[in-house]
Design a binder for this molecule. Structure first.
Ligand SMILES: NC(=O)c1ccc[n+]([C@@H]2O[C@H](COP(=O)([O-])OP(=O)(O)OC[C@H]3O[C@@H](n4cnc5c(N)ncnc54)[C@H](OP(=O)(O)O)[C@@H]3O)[C@@H](O)[C@H]2O)c1
Length: 246
């Protein structure tokens, strides 16, 4: 039986690269997202590369459905060995912290905090019983480094980051690994970067760009070696002497 990776939020950027990278290693792939046509295109592309993938249409903001979704994936493909969670869409917007309120934050909590916790709760007992597995959670780097005028998802993702770090410590020595990748650049080939490019911005909104194949390679290393809990890309620059003094 082939190992299984479930890509929660499988688009043209990191999701596609994760599917190809793990698929090349013999994994079957569960592709999760809301638009069947996009998922079917990716599935067909993987099929052409000799990788078995199946489509699961689901809204990851519906956290109460996550256990049922995992059950469906495991019924169709087998036990999930690797979870990668990184849903994002172009309608994700930022809010200045001074304008945030409970309603704005609450709207983000199911997708970015509750659902990943529910998915982990569903897969973890099996992973622990088998003695291996990886839980890989992708975020924006604003979860690590707050940015003025770009709050909203940041505080919610920071809570999820806190959870992943606790989980990683608790899983130490079990054969199951939890880790996260925090990204502060525009991901090439993602819908968001393509939209920006179509609007004439090739610079990733001034943040630079990153190849999702390189990110998937980082995740493959994390999965194989279990050696690191958090990777930030691009790597944070050392503070200048002036910044260090302030
Ligand atoms: N793209 C960037 O430039 C960028 C920059 C910094 C950080 N990141 C982070 O990197 C990760 C990967 O980003 P990416 O753009 O490369 O992703 P991607 O794999 O290209 O696409 C993610 C997919 O998530 C799906 N999704 C969004 N909301 C969903 C929902 N409620 N339920 C189910 N699926 C949903 C979208 O498909 P549907 O709309 O069809 O559901 C989309 O295709 C994300 O965690 C993101 O926050 C991205």
């Amino acid at each position: 039986m082939s190992p299984v990776i479930a890509v929660f939020g499988a688009g043209t950027g990191l999701g596609a690269s994760m599917a190809h990278r793990f698929g090349r290693e013999g994994f079957d792939v569960a592709l999760v997202g809301r638009r069947p046509d996009k998922l079917e295109t990716l599935r067909d592309e993987l099929d052409g590369a000799g990788i078995r993938a199946e489509v699961f249409v689901a809204d990851l903001a519906e956290s109460s459905s996550m256990r049922g979704l995992v059950q469906e994936i495991e019924e169709r493909l087998g036990a999930v060995d690797v979870v990668e969670y990184g849903p994002v869409s172009a309608d994700l917007s930022f809010t200045p912290a001074k304008d945030l309120d409970a309603a704005a934050l609450s709207a983000l909590v199911p997708l970015f905090l509750l659902s990943p916790v529910e998915i982990v709760a569903a897969v973890l007992p099996g992973m622990l019983a088998r003695g291996h597995g990886s839980i890989l959670l992708t975020q924006g780097s604003f979860a690590v480094t707050p940015v003025p005028f770009a709050s909203g998802p940041g505080p919610v993702m920071a809570a999820t980051r806190n959870y992943v770090h606790s989980l990683a410590g608790e899983l130490d020595g079990t054969g199951v690994h939890a880790g996260l990748l925090a990204i502060g650049a525009s991901i090439d080939r993602s819908e968001m970067s393509e939209l920006a490019r179509a609007a004439g911005d090739d610079s990733g909104g001034g943040r630079g760009t990153v190849d999702p194949d390189d990110l998937a390679e980082l995740y493959w290393g994390m999965h194989v070696r279990h050696d690191v809990v958090e990777i930030v890309r691009p790597e944070p620059q050392p503070a200048t002497a002036k910044e260090a003094r302030s």
